[in-house]
Ligand binder design. Sequence first.
Ligand code: UDP
Ligand code: MG
Length: 313
Amino acid sequence: MVKKISIVVPCYNEQEALPLFYEEICKIADKMKKVEFEFLFVDDGSHDETLSICRNFAKKDRRIRYISFSRNFGKEAAIYAGLEHTTGDYVATMDADLQDPPYLLIEMYDLIQKEDYDCVGTRRVTRKGEPPIRSFFARCFYKLINKLSKVEMVDGARDFRLMTRQMVDAILSMKEYNRYSKGLFSFVGFKTKWLEYENVERVAGTTKWSFWKLLMYAMDGIIAFSTAPLSIAVFVGILFCVVSFIMILVIVVKTLCFGDPVGGWPSMVCIMFFLSGIQLFCMGVMGAYLSKTYLETKNRPIYIIKETERDQR
Ligand code: UDP
Ligand code: MG
């Protein structure tokens, strides 16, 4: 039986990159004669011509399907929607900007077919073309999250991967609203092979990630996959109780032995500031978890579809 590969491509304002991507991916599809393809473009509420490009593609090429969101829901939502609508035996997710080299798909498919893997992922071993400060923080983030979380996050892992239907179903069974897909992919387990490649720069358009957005994303990742910050708050609380107890003892003994000269106001103010800082910080940590729980309990849809290729076929 002919196997089918579905390729999910999240697109947000990718009018420049999309035609180039389509051209490249078609070349690869032509090389892989024994497989059927399905391309699923997920237009994540783009403000440019992305949607009309998708419409045109779908008119010309029966393999192409698209989903268009009612607004921008973010890449994680786009990937989720894409995975939900695919029909292939294998599913690949890849970016529209050709930063995920399509030629790797051939090797990935070979590996998943012939060897006993459920998923072939890709990781970039260099971060060429990226600001050094960003690479530095990215490295620190991976070190930190791997210490804090039981789920392993692979440094440099891209969202470009080929998975079996079984793994896709496992991912889809996690219906959480705050989706941190790097973690979700590891959480489900399965045997994953990592292919390494050198970083490639975007062919066209600009990245949607600012430093600030990345920082927020990193925090979301930690909150989604670790409760260690809450334990750290408890630990800091206990530590300060012990320290204050020792300080009380020292002051009582000092007062009894040397009398009670009034002094130490500046140090007192410093201590007050320090402790209230710690308290606010710990409350903030709790608040961060609470807010995620709040959003999760609302059970809002992860995405809302406005149009698909079926509307024009
Ligand atoms: N993307 C998306 N929704 C968003 C932001 C990005 O669907 O809100 C898509 C984007 O079109 C691209 C992929 O996610 O196909 C990766 O985005 P980008 O290239 O900006 O990220 P980077 O490669 O710099 O991490
Ligand atoms: Mg990119």
